[in-house]
Design a protein around this ligand. Structure first.
Ligand SMILES: Nc1nc2c(ncn2[C@@H]2O[C@H](COP(=O)(O)OP(=O)(O)OP(=O)(O)O)[C@@H](O)[C@H]2O)c(=O)[nH]1
Length: 226
């Protein structure tokens, strides 16, 4: 595959406390190497990898294959970079939420990372919806009515997100041996691709040759109600 020769650009983001192994995990996945040195990430970094994704067809049959360009964002776990890293949440399509099996605190902190993700997602629903309505109606009455509706929508979304996230696939990986590393990323990629399939407006996004380009897919993906 040459540089621009891919069907989808998928952005995944690794999250978790400092030292849990985000950088090492991504390095193992992209370069199949292990780095025993701990060099803390400053701000944000990213790695890339090309993979071939085979969609599953109806009744579990093998479907189309796509060339996928994976962009893996590596965030700094340190608190001082928190506002910078959360700014990248909006563009990510999937998250690798990581903790260190030998550190109970890093596991307990997964709760905080999850709530950051939820609030970030909800904040964007609120901001965009409010902006839209304020622009279109610019009428206090409508804003008030809309605010009530928004709260209903927000809480329904929150319950839905909780429902979905409670079924997060879990893998015990080792960057040292490479065990389960590929499977964890591929499982997430599979979930993202399936989600995109559901969100993309199929008749307009699918060109004649049957391959959906990311540039076509992204605007439709943002139309998803969730
Ligand atoms: N033995 C072993 N060591 C690991 C594994 N994963 C990470 N490490 C080690 O843990 C240390 C921290 O790993 P990093 O990948 O730098 O941690 P990080 O989460 O990126 O940390 P920040 O950049 O500060 O957020 C390094 O010394 C790694 O070699 C693993 O699966 N097995």
């Amino acid at each position: 595959m040459t540089d621009g020769d891919y069907d989808y650009l998928i952005k995944l983001l690794a999250l978790g406390d400092s030292g849990v192994g985000k950088t090492t995990f991504l390095y193992r996945y992209t370069d199949n190497k292990f780095n025993p040195k701990f060099i803390t990430t400053v701000g944000i970094d990213f790695r890339e990898k090309r993979v071939v994704y085979t969609a599953s067809g109806p009744n579990g049959t093998t479907g189309k294959t796509f060339k996928v360009h994976l962009q893996l964002w590596d965030t700094a776990g340190q608190e001082r970079f928190r506002s910078l890293t959360t700014a990248f949440f909006r563009d990510a399509m999937g998250f690798l939420l990581m903790f260190d099996l030998t550190s109970q605190q890093s596991f307990l902190n997964v709760r905080n990372w999850m709530s950051k993700l939820w609030w970030n997602a909800l904040m964007w629903v609120l901001v965009w919806s409010c902006l839209m309505w304020v622009l279109v109606w610019s009428c206090l009455m409508w804003v008030l009515v809309w605010s009530c509706l928004m709260w209903v929508l927000v809480w329904s979304c929150l319950i839905w997100v909780l429902y979905v996230l409670c079924r997060i696939p879990y893998f015990e990986t080792s960057a040292a041996t490479g065990s389960e590393v590929d499977r964890a990323v591929i499982t997430l990629l599979d979930l993202v691709m399936k989600r995109m399939e559901q969100c993309v407006d199929k008749p307009t996004a699918e060109p004649a040759n049957g391959v959906t380009k990311l540039e076509d897919a992204v605007p439709h993906q943002k139309k998803c109600a969730c």
